[in-house]
Design a protein around this ligand. Structure first.
Ligand code: 13P
Length: 359
């Protein structure tokens, strides 16, 4: 059984220069598809559940599903992460349900819509770090609001995301403020705003540096070389799957995601966690549509779900290979959460040390 913390996994990724996709999960088919790809490529895994996923599947079902995946794939280190926690209670209840890592997203207030000020964000994120670290769980914070540099708008998803438009400055993480935030909150990883947003409609044309600020990743990494950076909204929205979706009765208007080569550039500059939800949703629903269109009399859900799982496994395999995650699972010796807690308590695990070195 190999349930790993985000901190240990991202320390390993930094040491060996790779990135880890964090796939969102709501159901069994996504879990099996992701883990099949991990087994085929020997990749460690981050499975993340949003608050929406927790209410969709229920905490008990999600927790038991994670346990089942651990038993079925014992050779794969699995990090279980709360995506976009909005309150201290959300983060603590995730840990209570077996999550090894939580995101406290204090960039928005607890309503999930209103951009928060620095003091609120640093205060609540620091509080979650203090509590989570006591039991060895890891914490991701976010500074800057995720939104489009093309329109200034946020893509509210799953009840999360600001409404209306924001200034360019609020949509880009400031490196000096980031250094202060990491020092004050002691987060293990920092999500940054660089022009990516959740969902399928990120860019109306192939993104350039004006709308996808990869140069800012380079500046943030130069300022914070020991901080694990996280890219949210990092689906690539593959044309291949858009084509299947649209050829089978779907209506997805022209759209572009984050090119895989730009993510790989980020990984060369400190990006260690790459959030991907839309790509698996698109690949699977494209397959539902294809099956439904091709055999109108089909009523066995497995005939829809099996091709959907194959499609998701294909996407995951491609990302594990492109991000350099492949080939790393076997080497990792998982540090139990209780040991991680001792390392935080003894001060040997700060934002400037690695879990491996602190052993
Ligand atoms: P995508 O919508 O680009 O897949 O992003 C998912 C995400 O960032 C979840 O936090």
């Amino acid at each position: 059984m190999a349930r790993i913390t985000l901190r240990q996994l991202l320390d390993d990724a930094a040491e060996h220069s790779y990135g880890v996709p964090a796939f969102n999960i709501n159901n069994m088919e996504q879990g099996l598809a992701i883990l099949e790809a991990a087994r085929a490529t020997d990749a460690p895994v981050i499975l993340q559940a949003s608050r929406g996923a927790r209410s969709y599947a229920g905490d008990i079902m999600l927790a038991k599903m994670m346990e089942a995946l651990e038993v079925m794939y014992p050779e794969i280190p699995i990090c279980i992460h709360q995506d976009h926690g909005d309150t201290v209670a959300t983060c603590l209840s995730a840990i209570q349900n077996g999550f090894t890592s939580v995101m406290m997203d204090g960039s928005l207030e607890a309503d999930g819509k209103t951009p928060a000020d620095y003091t609120y964000n640093a205060g609540i994120t620091g509080e979650v770090s203090r509590l989570a670290h006591m039991v060895g769980a890891s914490v991701e914070g976010e500074l800057g609001c995720l939104g489009s540099l093309e329109t200034g708008g946020g893509e509210a998803e799953d009840g999360h995301g600001f409404e209306g438009t924001l200034d360019r400055a609020m949509l880009l993480t400031d490196p000096d403020e980031a250094a202060r935030f990491v020092a004050e909150t002691q987060v293990d990883a920092l999500a940054v705003a660089i022009g990516t947003s959740h969902g399928a409609y990120k860019f109306s044309k192939r993104p350039d540096g004006e709308v996808l600020a990869m140069d800012l990743i380079e500046r943030l990494h130069a300022k914070l070389p020991d901080t694990h950076l996280v890219m949210h909204g990092s689906s690539s929205v593959p044309e291949e799957w858009q084509a299947v979706f649209n050829a089978s009765g779907g209506e997805m208007r022209e759209t572009y995601g984050v090119p895989v080569e730009e993510i790989v550039r980020g990984i060369r500059h400190g990006v260690r966690k790459v959030n991907i939800d839309t790509d698996l949703r698109l690949a699977s629903t494209a397959e539902f549509r294809r099956v439904a269109q091709g055999s109108k009399s089909e009523f066995d859900p497995r005939k829809f779900l099996k091709p959907a799982m194959t499609a998701m496994t294909k996407v995951c395999t491609e990302r594990f290979e492109a991000f350099g995650t492949a080939g790393n699972a076997q080497r990792i010796r998982v540090i139990p959460m209780a040991d991680m807690a001792r390392r935080y308590a003894s001060g040997s695990l700060t934002t400037r040390s690695s879990a491996a070195r602190a052993a």
